[in-house]
Write a new protein. Structure first.
Ligand code: SAM
Length: 219
């Protein structure tokens, strides 16, 4: 049985990046269409304070936790002048560094690999910690708690966490991959974030026939 990290390394080696971060059955056109739909849906959940002063975004920092191939950069770079993407797969981080210019639409971009021991190798404080369908792949509750603890140290006092995860509790067809995915309920996420963040479920939507929750965490 592969480790969680080796499972993701293998996925990125064997599949097109857009199939890894989206759905394995999507064509590239479907990926673009679904991603645009997703951006439209999620836009209303970007806290308004980050939307004001779009022209003064150079002081705002966003952490994209589990950034994958950087699919959310065009969306997040509208509101944040500084984007840092982190992921456990080194190859994807190296690829991102080559693929994206250092500055995209007046947004500075940096990418780092999460260390083997789970340490996020970033020192600065963020206005927003964003994570899209990543925490469901952190199967180990202990590791997820460790990430949440680091989110606490990485967030500004008035910062927010914005999470999008599959919170569907119905039995799934692809339970076969359950070693690499854990379908937690909103209450399970709430408990895991509780020591540091007040987590609220602000929206639900269906993507790839499964219910996703949009959750916002505040200190
Ligand atoms: C479904 S993809 C989503 C990627 C990106 N957030 C997006 O929306 O396009 C899940 C990502 O989580 C990363 N990942 C898996 N396990 C992880 C872990 N334990 N810690 C951090 N990231 C992890 C994978 O490498 C992969 O890039």
């Amino acid at each position: 049985m592969l480790s969680n990290k080796d499972y993701w390394i293998k996925r990125y080696q064997e599949m097109k990046g857009f199939n890894v971060v989206g759905h394995r059955s999507w064509t590239y056109e479907e990926y673009i269409k679904e991603t645009q739909k997703f951006f439209k849906h999620i836009d209303k959940h970007i806290p308004t304070e980050f939307k004001k002063d779009k022209d003064n975004k150079e002081d705002r920092f966003v952490l994209d936790f589990g950034c994958g191939i950087g699919r959310c950069i065009p969306f997040l770079s509208q509101y944040f002048g500084n984007y840092i993407g982190v992921d456990i797969v080194d190859e994807v981080i190296i690829r991102n560094r080559k693929r994206f210019r250092k500055i995209e639409d007046d947004c500075k971009l940096e990418f780092y690999t999460i260390r083997h021991d789970g340490v996020i190798p970033v020192k600065r404080k963020f206005d927003l910690i964003f994570s899209n369908v990543v925490l469901q792949h952190v199967v180990d509750d202990g590791l997820l708690r460790f990430y949440v603890h680091q989110f606490r140290t990485l967030i500004k006092n008035n910062g927010k966490v914005l999470l999008i995860e599959n919170i569907d509790q119905k039995p799934k067809k692809h339970q076969g991959v359950k070693k690499y995915i854990k379908f937690r309920s909103f209450n399970q996420y709430k408990d895991l974030f509780e020591p540091y963040f007040k987590l609220k479920l602000v929206d639900k939507f269906v993507s790839s026939k499964e219910e996703h929750g949009v959750m916002i965490g505040e200190l």
